[in-house]
Design a protein around this ligand. Sequence first.
Ligand SMILES: [Zn+2]
Length: 274
Amino acid sequence: MKKLAILLVALSAFGVSAQERPQAPDADKIAVAIASLPRGESVVPVYHEPHHRMLFAYGTTKILEGQLPPGDMSWFHVHTEPILYITLSASQQRTQVLGEEWGGGAAGRGAAAGRGGTAAGRGAPPNGAAPLPAIRATSTTSYYDHPVTHRITNAGDRLFRFMVVTNASAGDERDESSTDAGFAGVPELANRWFRSYRIKLAPGESTQSHRHSTESVIVQVSDGKAMAVGPMTWELGEPGRWAWFDSGTVHEIRNVGTVPFEAIEVEVRKPVAK
Ligand SMILES: [Zn+2]
């Protein structure tokens, strides 16, 4: 957003000659795209886009929930922070980067390029590999270096519903290992900004009491009832319910219902104090 504003200010300061704008080859395209937006519509940070509702913000962490009904379209919004998606209900989705044509409508594409998800759990995976879970975490970290402005539309016939965690910190640049997680667990996804773990609990079962060296966000991905209990208590009762624990705080998750419970726990990684 800030970058865009600076770009436009620079544009008007330079006048209209292309030679005077050596560093902004796309400035014309972007200016035209913004000028052609429907009245009242603007480019907003993702957490101000109405289909991405912010549920929680603390420091550099944000939790958003996203809902896009069939046929609906988001506003253009800017991603400047690494993001992790958990798609609870996939649909066929198309993306348009500001100033470009609409991208393809592959059903396997997630909330932005490279996150996939829709096809997971359907049909046989290549090479006989174990099938991927139907609901899993995917992440786009390139926004940290290259912010992207785009909008999305639901071209399918089902509600597109997702949960999002964003991390505006510089991440933990040391490596992607989980040796410092603070507890024993094998992440399904690990990068400089996030690690995610799958938690499966039978009725009556609990996780060990544990802590993470990072903040953690728990997102329910199945039916069932559970309690996430630490310094705060969170009641989980349907897919998309969530809990948050600050770094270093001891907590556990208890299945208090009558059916299997499943959640994805996300560690939000930050630079480690030297
Ligand atoms: Zn935990």
